[in-house]
Write a protein that binds this ligand. Structure first.
Ligand code: ZN
Length: 465
């Protein structure tokens, strides 16, 4: 057993055997398995002063503007104590999730190592990206840049779409602390590859976009078929990621398309492709053009609400994004068996209580403007209220659920816990009380509450083609 004393005087007991070792530190697990202890091999650039600032003044988990950070407590392994004495080290919460994001972004690793049960669906990949963008937003909001964002520092559960960010002790307080590392190869922005700049928020934004792209598309956005003849591997990497980067799905320059099977980026729906183009075309040379973390969050949330289940049980994605032309064809497996099926979608609007009956599109605050309805799908407070995000919602219980009765070919909505749910049809309106159902009919409206922040939705049925 190992014993370490923290600067606040408390003692932490760890298992003798280390659970990890890197170039700069060794990691041990506390006996109660709640905490990791990271001991630096040499004091080097990491100082107690730097760690104190990350734990104290710049701690992204501190409540801000009365918004608690509870959602992130279990998802960010933020340092929470300093080991004093001869060796310098930190303590941080131990996050136990099955695999590293690095593995999940490899289609071949995923196929070889995960079963159909443990693999989850591609919808979880979208959920992972959403949380990743939220975590990066939080760091940036606190005046920090990560400086080493890579899938190696993110643990994930491919079934639930949960994430845990680890190794957060190397964060950079902008203009104040010298970074320990300047990123992981292939995730660094061109200006760092070329030695023209140091870590920055814009550098993180490049790494975040690469991670999102890889998690959704299973290949790197800059590594395609283009070949540089007569170069060493090092020189080639410098061209690909530094001096001559070229987006593999550039709409006009097709020289660097991905090797083998790939999903055309437009299959991600209307919200994500424009952000990828901004980051991997203009943003490669103009860091200011890169999308911010919160722009990714908004686009990912909207994309998540468009996911439809694929009816092929052996499909690698098992779901896909419904684009505006309502195609039945799954871009992962080519399945078209849902062709001709009618599916309900909700067009979501903000209500205007000053002018009753007037609704406007709710695009501005990050909420979904279109929700594709799947059997068993639930809506939460952030789906039916303006201004609530999944990570700041106080109420996390499902509000309504959709059901499909195959025998009668009817879609229904079930009020699970919605205070005021109204179905508006051409001849009037009826209240759907808690625990009761109503049929979904084309052209009807749903009103999700009686306050200004609650949304309304028009029900539309569309044929998959
Ligand atoms: Zn499929």
């Amino acid at each position: 057993m190992k014993r370490y004393t923290l600067t606040n005087g408390s003692v932490i007991e760890c298992e003798e055997k280390r659970i990890g070792v890197g170039a700069t530190a060794e990691v041990y697990l506390s006996l109660d398995k709640s905490t990791i202890v990271k001991i630096y091999k040499s004091k080097g650039k990491t100082t107690q002063d730097v760690l104190e600032q990350i734990i104290g003044k710049y701690n992204a988990l501190r409540p801000l503007d009365n918004i608690t950070r509870d959602y992130w407590q279990t998802r960010l392994a933020w340092p929470n104590g300093i080991i004093s004495g001869e060796q310098l080290g930190i303590t941080a919460p131990y996050i136990s999730l099955p695999i590293k994001l690095t593995n999940l972004t490899s289609l071949s690793w995923r196929k070889a190592n995960l079963t159909r049960e443990t693999r989850g669906t591609w919808k979880a990949h979208l959920a992972i990206c959403l949380k990743l963008a939220g975590a990066v937003r939080l760091c940036h909001l606190s005046g920090l840049c990560h400086s080493d964002l890579s899938p190696n520092n993110v643990l994930v559960d491919p079934k639930t779409g949960d994430i845990g960010m680890i190794d957060l002790d190397g964060l950079v307080v902008l203009d104040h602390i010298t970074p320990l590392v300047v990123g992981t190869p292939k995730f660094q922005p061109p200006e760092i590859v070329m030695g023209k700049a140091g870590p920055s928020i814009q550098g993180d934004e490049h790494a975040l976009a690469v991670m999102i792209y890889k998690t959704l598309m299973f290949h790197h956005p800059l590594e395609g078929k283009r070949i540089f003849k007569g170069l060493t591997a090092e020189e080639e990497d410098r061209n690909i990621f530094g001096s001559q980067p070229l987006y593999v799905q550039h709409p006009r320059d097709k020289r660097n398309r991905p090797e083998g099977w790939y999903m055309p980026v437009e299959k991600l729906g209307p919200h994500l492709p424009p952000l990828f183009e901004r980051c991997f075309i203009e943003g490669l040379f103009n860091p200011e053009a890169r999308p911010r973390a919160d722009e990714w969050e908004s686009a990912l949330l909207k994309t998540l609400s468009r996911v439809i289940t694929c009816s092929n049980n052996d499909c690698i994605g098992r779901c896909f994004v419904l684009t505006d032309d309502f195609p039945a064809r799954c871009p992962f497996c080519g399945d078209t068996s849902q062709r001709g099926r009618m599916i309900p979608i909700l067009r979501v609007y903000k209500s205007n209580h000053n002018n009753r009956g007037v609704f406007y599109r709710d695009d501005s605050d990050g909420g979904a403007s279109l929700i594709v309805v799947n059997p068993g799908q639930k809506l939460y407070s952030w789906d039916i209220n303006s201004g609530i995000k999944p990570d700041n919602a106080m109420d996390r219980e499902p509000k309504v659920m959709f059901e499909f009765d195959a025998s009668s070919d009817l879609w229904k909505i079930l009020n699970l816990n919605c205070e005021c749910l109204i179905n508006v049809y051409d001849k009037g309106r009826n209240y759907i009380v808690r625990g009761s159902h109503a049929e979904l009919n084309d052209g009807n409206w749903l009103i999700f509450g009686s306050y200004n922040t609650e949304r309304v939705a028009r029900i539309e049925f569309h044929k998959l083609n």
